[in-house]
Design a protein around this ligand. Structure first.
Ligand code: HPA
Length: 273
């Protein structure tokens, strides 16, 4: 199914009609990191199923709602729950939400996720500022006709994750004494976790963390000229790094455990924007 500019505009119009003010900052919350949405002041929540065209989110640990409110004097829109490629959506559907945020006027998008640690210097529970990504999804959300109202046919991807925002994230982390790593995120299709051989291959390719989201969202955000920051929560060490099998419960449990730190970092960053 191809998603048109008009589809996105219809969704954005509905959201605009229900919220008190227009957000300039967007945040997409990853697995187990949903608590941030409850921290917004004067928050207005819109369930995804009330927004025309919005793909449903069916993953345990992901809510399905958009929340607009204020934090640190800024109007922020939070997507609590995202669509994933592994659910069977095409990539244009996966990026429906970030596209809507672009049309609402968001200038800065913070993408968060749970990821497996490939870099053996990382520890479970660490936070990683994304320096760059490797798209291993086998496709791209911009495949198909280009609508110039979104952006150009061949958008530049030489600095997807804003150096300015990355510097702010590291400064805030240092001030809050939150240890933060940085590195390259590789996006895979999922939903099966990787094999140890795949993880060794990704390490050789230069990846530090692996996950099943974020990259399509970052690509369309850059397509629309939105500045992007990516933060991964290393919820587990990737397959084969430790002698134990991986499971989704562990991912959720770690994300919840470091949720407080993560929210502190996010709020510190928002206060600086
Ligand atoms: N692999 C892929 N996606 C993930 C992982 C992982 O190890 N952990 C959390 N999301």
């Amino acid at each position: 199914m191809s998603v048109t500019f008009d589809d996105i505009q219809r969704a954005a119009d509905l959201v605009r009609s229900r919220i008190p003010g227009l957000p300039t900052i967007g945040v997409v919350l990853g697995s187990g990191l949903g608590a941030f949405a409850g921290r917004l002041e004067h928050g207005v929540a819109i369930p995804y199923d009330e927004i025309p065209g919005w793909p449903p989110s069916r993953i345990v640990g992901h809510e399905g709602r958009l929340v607009v409110g204020t934090r640190c004097g800024r109007t922020v829109v939070v997507l609590s729950g995202r669509a994933h490629y592994y659910e069977g959506h095409d990539l244009q559907t996966v990026v429906f939400g970030p596209r809507v945020l672009g049309l609402l006027g968001v200038k800065t998008l913070v993408l968060t996720n749970a990821a497996g640690g490939i870099n053996t210097g990382f520890a479970q529970g660490a936070l990683m500022v994304i320096d760059d990504h490797i798209n291993f999804l086998g496709s791209n959300p911009l495949v198909g006709p280009n609508d110039d109202r979104f952006g150009p046919r061949f958008p530049d991807m030489s600095a997807v994750y804003s150096p300015r925002l990355r510097a702010i994230a590291h400064q805030v982390a240092a001030e809050l004494t939150i240890p933060v790593a940085h590195g390259v995120y590789v996006a895979v299709h999922g939903p099966s976790y990787e094999t140890p051989a795949e993880i060794r291959a990704f390490r050789t390719l230069g990846a530090d963390a692996v996950g099943m989201s974020t990259v399509p969202e970052a690509i369309v955000a850059r397509h629309m000229g939105v500045e992007v920051l990516g933060i991964s929560c290393i919820t587990n060490m990737a397959a084969g790094v430790l002698p134990a099998p991986l499971n989704h419960e562990e991912v959720m449990e770690t994300a919840r455990r470091v949720g407080g730190q993560f929210i502190g970092l996010l709020e510190g960053i928002i206060a600086r924007l």
